[in-house]
Design a protein around this ligand. Sequence first.
Ligand code: ACM
Length: 528
Amino acid sequence: MNKDFCSLTALFAAVLLAAAMLPMSCNPALPATPKDLAQDALLPRPVSLEATGSSFRLTEKTDIYVEAGNPEIERLGQYLAGLLNPATGLEIGVKTTEEAPPSGHIYLALNNNGPELGPEGYQLEITEKAVNLTANQPAGLFYGIQTLRQLLPAAIEQQEKQEGPWEIASGTIRDYPTYPYRGAMLDVARHFFAVEDVKRYIDLISLYKMNMLHLHLSDDQGWRIEIKSWPNLTAKGGSTEVGGGAGGYFTQEQYQDIVQYAQDRYMTIIPEIDMPGHTNAALASYAVLNCDDKARELYTGTEVGFSTLCTTKDTIYQFIDDVIRELAAITPGPYLHIGGDESHVTPMAEYIPFINRVQSIVAAHGKQVIGWDEIANATLEPNTVVQYWSKAENAQKGVAQGAKVLMSPASKAYVDMKYDSTTQLGLSWAGFIEIDTGYIWDPATMAEGIGKENILGVEAPLWTETVTNIKELEYMTFPRIPGIAEIGWTPASLRDWEEYKVRLGKQKGRFEALGINYYVSPKVTWGE
Ligand code: ACM
């Protein structure tokens, strides 16, 4: 309907003193409720935000327009429609366009928006008439979509139709991450988690703009990834878990399905094969991996540090080459994690040449090594990443060799630690980690001599000795995960606990709409 027709209709209607009867369809933008963008509790907090005091309303006429000729942006448009349609019931469609769309719509486009936005940043401009989301790269559009989600009422996350109105406060957000690596780790070895659980976790952490999921695929209690050239690893080594349950494993096809699901959400999967320690499941599967050529018993307890591959045998390196080759072939991301932690029964004189040799195997298969901080005792390849979990001294040794550090200090970032002494699940060897403790730290000041320029990013590991299912996983990770996500995304200068605890509390409605089994911490000001 064109504007002239609308004006004439309006005039006619006014003359008849029937303005109230004016058909809604003539009004390109419904009266917007004044709204303050600055009051919206975005998490992570964006780098810059300017509020303009009105709002955009989604209506039956709203569509998502995407730049023509780019299937990836069209896919992102469909992803956004899939987020908006169940709760709004508005049947928002996706249309391609050569230029900016007419008023009343959402528009997604790539645009050279300035180098500071980088590959993951975005600009979100909201007026009464339009929502324009632009970014240098598709990943930026994905993160802008997560922001847009959080600007709508929490009921947007429901899967059944809800009452509107669906309004978004107006203004401009320009936003980009502080660190390129913002991740979580899931231990599927101590307790196995099914593909559907991993996908749900990917969805939950991507809402907070995390972009890495590290899967701890092997440990003493289980081997969880099919290796076709060594089938007993899963046939035997995958057959149990902590407590003696049935365990399980991912076939290579299932693993690739997870990788693709993550990739569609701009998330990289980092597979870990922990070695030379934490290997009892492999040692039970193949006698040849042991120095005495005797297969070990399967193990379902929770002690650490008792197992080691026989690092002085050549067969071990053939084994590792096969495992890394198969894993590298189904892992598009740049990293393979080789563990390297708590190898208490591997003499240091054997551990160092072992780590050196494994680094070259990983490099030969075109991947970059990440290892727990103990690997810094070896001679690091130029692009090897050291994951700081325990000893600053190790991380410092890594930095002295030019390595980047991934920050997962156990006393801050280990989401398997209990919240306090009353928490039923979890461990406490690194202390209790309440929401404030898990939030109030800066990766760039955690360890002397390790500054922002040395840091790749942050990761929150969930070890699962005590965590047996997705509901328990959610309880331990929420609401600590959004805090780690913010530490990775938001500049330290914009982070403040007193302000954060209110903003986090306002995620309550969203957590509930998403059905998250979160910990209702007394430290947080919970609100709508
Ligand atoms: C670890 O927690 N053993 C890396």
